[in-house]
Design a protein. Structure first.
Length: 407
């Protein structure tokens, strides 16, 4: 196993542990993300050249050692003798993996055989295969289909979790809704972060105890044919604490959704206008101060012009068009700032210049770091404004030069 793979495995394990224990570990959780933002360029810079749009490992192919890839669509139909470490939009594991599967994706599907652990952060997770060790998940929607099997323990945090498969040992779940209709060999510890109920269907078989933590004791729907060998125990969550926790969970989820939104827009930009982004990058990195001042002027002047236009009958339609364009430019500006920042980071930690630089890597790196830094208490809002001003100045200067070239 490579040193990079070991570093990623440790980092992801810590992240998922902190996520599940957020309330107890909040300060360490924040410190970890700040540290990750600063440390990411060192551990990932050398690997961003491997980014591809679509990566497919055909059935019958055997990958020796670790499989480390960054891409949009990643599909593993063959076998991997080491770990799978992947970052992308849609990731599917249909083959056999002798090591661990470590993934960050929008959609993750596991239909193969993972002989190690699964550690993942994804919008949607679907498991129909087999995992020989533990599963650690942070996901908005998790579904263990009938026939799936986890030989170790399940640790999951997120939104909705449904399980019709088999978990040989204990399960630890906290989220918005949990639906069980399969087998748990050990104990089932479930904490609900809302008013939804814990549902245990007729096929539920729990070898140990079912302990559910909810604001109300009636938030359990236990089918008459469900079997709980160790009995059922309820722990009340204080409503005040629940309210605060729900707000924190909602804010955290909103930040994750925001990051995915930025990444989607970034993907569109680097696909449709890579040359323009590189030209804006050169301008923004050469004269950051001037571009921040230009962006500040644009930020103030455009709303003022819109207000004046609303006082004229002829100007009202123009003002109505300018308002959405202005808001879109602010959002796109943040994405552009992240991409340029990612280019700057990779240039800083790479001695060799790339004659045909790829923008997918800088986009992912820059936006992740930017989102983390802009969420730092007290100083985050200022960094966010400066990033938008910087990008607006660069976009304005690029458009000015583009218009001049058309004359």
């Amino acid at each position: 196993m490579s040193q990079f793979a070991k570093s990623v495995k440790i980092s992801v394990s810590i992240f998922l542990f902190f996520t599940y224990n957020y309330r107890r570990m909040k300060k360490i959780f924040i410190f970890f993300f700040v540290f990750l933002a600063l440390f990411t360029p060192f551990v990932t810079g050398a690997f961003f050249d491997k980014i591809e749009e679509t990566i497919i490992v055909p059935q019958g192919e055997i990958i020796s050692g670790d499989f480390i890839r960054f891409g949009n669509v990643i599909e593993i139909n063959g076998d991997v003798s080491g770990d799978v470490i992947a970052f992308g939009s849609n990731i599917t594991v249909n083959g056999n993996v002798r090591g661990d599967v470590i993934v960050m994706a929008s959609i993750l599907k596991i239909d193969g055989h993972v002989m190690g652990n699964v550690r993942a952060a994804a919008g949607t997770v679907e498991v129909s295969g087999t995992v020989d060790k533990n599963v650690n998940l942070f996901s908005g929607n998790t579904n263990f289909l009938e026939g799936s099997k986890i030989s170790g323990e399940l640790y999951a945090a997120g939104g909705v979790l449904q399980s019709k498969g088999e978990i040989e040992k204990n399960m630890y779940v906290r989220g918005g809704q949990v639906v069980l209709d399969g087998t748990v060999g050990g104990n089932a510890y479930i904490r609900i972060e809302g008013k939804n109920k814990v549902v245990a269907g007729e096929n539920t078989k729990i070898g140990g105890q079912l302990e559910y933590l909810t604001p109300l004791s009636d938030q359990l729907n236990l089918h008459e044919n469900a079997v709980v060998s160790g009995g059922v125990n309820h722990t009340e969550v204080i409503s005040k604490d629940f309210g605060k926790k729900a707000v924190k969970s909602a804010l955290l989820f909103a930040k994750i959704v925001s990051l995915f939104g930025l990444l989607v827009v970034g993907l569109v930009l680097v696909t449709l206008m890579p040359k323009a982004l590189l030209q804006m990058s050169d301008e923004m990195l050469k004269r950051p101060g001037k571009n921040i001042l230009r962006g500040l002027v644009v930020f103030i002047v455009v709303p003022a012009v819109v207000v004046m236009l609303f006082f004229t009958i002829i100007g009202i339609p123009v003002a109505l068009m300018l308002v959405p364009l202005y808001l879109i430019s602010l959002y796109v500006g943040k994405v552009v700032a992240g991409i340029v920042f990612g280019i700057f980071l990779l240039k800083s930690f790479k001695k060799k210049e790339n004659s045909s630089p790829k923008l997918m890597g800088p986009m992912i790196l820059g936006l992740i770091v930017l989102v983390v830094v802009t969420n730092v208490p007290y100083a985050g809002w200022a960094v966010s404004l400066l990033a938008v001003f910087w990008a607006l100045g660069g976009i304005f200067e690029f458009q000015k030069k583009l218009l001049a070239s058309w004359k």
